[in-house]
Design a protein around this ligand. Structure first.
Ligand code: AMP
Length: 474
């Protein structure tokens, strides 16, 4: 199957050829023809599966082939203001009337969607996409809205502000996309989403993308779609079969740091993301790595948007080789050069593990994901394995062997059991080893105080993620 067979407009295919896309990914193959036909979509697929193009290509196709008359007759808000001036009326702000709205959980993802849209619409000049985001100066947002863009990409909070002050009018909206809907709900955006959906015409086409379609997401999806086509992409993309996952056991913080430095010198490493539990650790480790001669930089929610953008730009351009980041700041990063992901600290929730390792192995490339794990955290590794339904092999490097050795069952082939909601929300990971369960520590040592202080699950270090997230963190 190629892009022509999916029925896309010739100018879009030209842009795809420029981008080096030769054939559609599985999610694109299913989603594009259905979306062109106007079907609502519920898509469960991971990031890296090509989901942005799966909704944006059919949308651009529809907008590009829509009646030209509507464009030639319609005045932009700027034109309306000019004619008001020439009539001698006082110019007023005319609300933008987008045809398509894409809601994303984070600013970074919104910017990525806008950049991808610019790439795909390079030969469909009329179509404009803009992002409206928290943290962007207000006059800049007004200027973007005054261009009356066809496509608006936004995070829910900021969009609500503009809707309520009459700067955006959704009466002409044709397509609504919820990207990473599960993330948006995790972040507490449900009321905002409901409010936004209620402001759009019931005739709209709705496309919802989410890692899971169960539970709260599924309920919301049912409410906001009409006879949707359900697309579930299983297999290598969701199981991350192209990513080699490993666990390295470490005895203490110094062992962990030495191991990280060694792994960062791997010749197959192009660029890497190192995940930490706290913003402060991200800064400290980035500083330490810089002193050790790695081109490293931190990325976290305490940084100003300008600094975050500069860091991401440096990463994309290859000036930064090692990004040291917290979960929320790194979500959605799509840089093909990232060959390795390191969990310096394990994530608080198994879902975040999947998002973290998905920063490598983009678009079917190979990647490596290494977790540096203290023995006391072995139960937490097990939770991740249950969640992903995959075992993560333990690796030992000569010269870096941990003093404590893993129990033999660690490497034996066992099937991870089903993960139950709530499993991952217990506090005190690593404290619940039972006799007979795989254990990597000496009897009794799992309850001993951690030496390395590197765990996010105990103590009172403030984490950037999970239940304590607030919009300001992003
Ligand atoms: P996404 O899942 O939308 O975040 O996309 C992941 C990466 O795959 C992005 O870098 C896209 O540019 C790339 N991509 C999307 N579709 C294709 C395709 N059909 N062929 C090659 N690369 C693609």
């Amino acid at each position: 199957m190629n892009f022509e067979e999916l029925g896309l407009h010739v100018n879009i295919i030209r842009a795809l050829t420029d981008a080096g896309y030769t054939q559609p990914t599985p999610v694109q193959e299913q989603a594009i023809p259905a979306a062109i036909n106007g079907r609502d979509l519920l898509v469960s697929s991971q990031t890296g599966s090509g989901k942005t193009a799966a909704f944006m290509l059919p949308a651009l196709h529809k907008l590009a082939t829509a009646e030209v008359i509507s464009y030639t007759n319609a005045k932009t808000p700027n034109q309306e203001r000019q004619s008001a001036r020439s009539r001698g009326d006082r110019p007023r702000f005319v609300a933008a009337k987008p045809k398509m709205l894409v809601l994303t959980p984070t600013r970074e993802l919104a910017l990525q969607v806008t950049t991808a849209t610019d790439k795909y619409s390079a030969y469909t000049r009329r179509l404009k996409a803009v992002s409206i985001l928290g943290g962007m100066p207000y006059p800049k947002q007004m200027q973007l809205l005054s261009r009356n863009p066809e496509i608006l990409v936004a995070t829910p909070g900021r969009l609500i502000d503009h809707m309520e002050s009459g700067k955006i009018d959704f009466s002409e909206l044709q397509m609504l996309v919820l990207d990473e809907a599960d993330r948006m709900l995790d972040m507490g955006f449900i009321d905002d989403i409901e409010k936004i959906v209620a402001a759009t015409p019931p005739t709209r086409q709705t496309m919802l993308f989410s890692a899971t379609l169960d539970g709260v997401v599924g309920n919301m999806a049912k409410r906001i779609t009409t006879e949707p086509m359900v697309i579930q992409i299983a297999g290598s993309a969701s199981k991350h079969e192209n990513i080699q996952q490993k666990v390295h056991f470490v005895d203490d913080l110094s062992h962990k740091n030495r191991m990280l430095d060694h792994l960062l010198r791997d010749v197959s490493l192009d660029q890497a993301v190192v995940f930490t539990a706290t913003k402060r650790d991200a800064d400290t480790i980035a500083d330490r790595l810089n002193i050790a001669g790695f081109a490293a930089a931190a990325l976290h929610g305490d940084m100003h948007q300008g600094a975050r953008n500069r860091t991401l730009d440096g990463l994309r351009r290859g000036h930064i080789r090692v990004l040291v980041a917290t979960d929320v700041a790194a979500r959605g990063i799509d840089v093909p050069g990232i060959t390795h992901v390191f969990n310096y600290d394990l994530p608080k929730f198994p879902e975040d593990y999947v998002h973290r390792i998905g920063r490598t192995g983009r678009a079917g490339r190979k990647g490596v994901a290494v977790s540096l794990v203290n023995h006391a955290e072995s139960m937490h590794v097990k939770r991740i394995e249950r969640f992903t339904k995959q075992l993560i092999p333990v690796d030992v490097i000569e010269g870096f062997e941990p003093k404590k050795t893993a129990a033999p069952s660690r490497t034996s082939a066992r099937k991870p059991q089903g993960w139950k909601p709530g499993d991952n929300r217990k506090s005190g990971y690593g404290n619940n080893s039972k006799p007979g369960q795989r254990s990597f520590s000496k009897p009794g040592s799992s309850t001993a105080p951690r030496k390395d202080g590197g765990s996010a699950y105990k103590g009172n270090r403030q984490t950037e993620g999970g239940a304590r997230r607030s919009f300001g963190d992003y």
